[in-house]
Design a protein around this ligand. Structure first.
Ligand code: HEC
Length: 139
């Protein structure tokens, strides 16, 4: 039996999958999607995050996180992102590896703890409530 290019295709395929996973998981220096939040989501932490959000993020993402011309709606994705993912995006900006950022990196402006306070604030504030079904559908 001749396998021909099959083993090569398999290796290339695996390398591709690993590459894509690493892209989403590993930010260069700004943490990884697997990092867990070392800062407890206390009332104080969320309040600090709110202040940081107003000063650094609101200009693009809007006071209610719903975005606008400059940035996307944060309420769409927060609930499906890990804390580590949010942290690494805030740290590195978008795209994480390019020079032409549509969102600036904050790792030089904000301390690590401040960035985790922001993660706590985002999660508490922009997590979507479960959908409310119309009366007739919930029976
Ligand atoms: C200059 C405008 C701008 C500022 C300031 C800004 N952002 Fe963004 N942000 C963006 C843009 C644009 C994107 C989408 C980037 C993309 O998908 O290419 C984004 C994406 C995000 C995402 C990813 C949403 C997702 O899950 O896909 C998060 C989280 C986020 N911003 C949080 C913040 C926080 C927190 C701050 C303040 C520390 C902030 N942003 C400041 C423009 C901005």
């Amino acid at each position: 039996m001749r396998l021909g290019w099959l083993p090569v295709a398999v290796v290339v395929g695996i390398a591709g999958v690993v590459g894509v996973v690493l892209f989403f998981v590993a930010g260069p220096n700004g943490g990884t999607a697997f990092d867990s939040n070392p800062v407890a989501a206390t009332e104080d932490s969320v309040a600090t995050g709110a202040r940081l959000y107003q000063n650094n993020c609101q200009v693009c993402h809007g006071p209610d996180g719903r975005g606008g011309a400059l940035a996307p709606d944060l309420t769409l994705h927060i609930s499906i992102r890990t804390d580590g993912f949010l942290f690494s995006r805030i740290s590195e900006g978008f795209p994480t590896d390019g020079d032409q950022k549509t969102m600036p990196a904050f790792k030089d402006q904000l301390t690590e703890t401040e960035r985790w306070h922001l993660v706590n604030f985002l999660r508490e504030t922009f997590r979507r409530p479960p959908p409310i079904l119309p009366e007739e559908m919930s029976q």
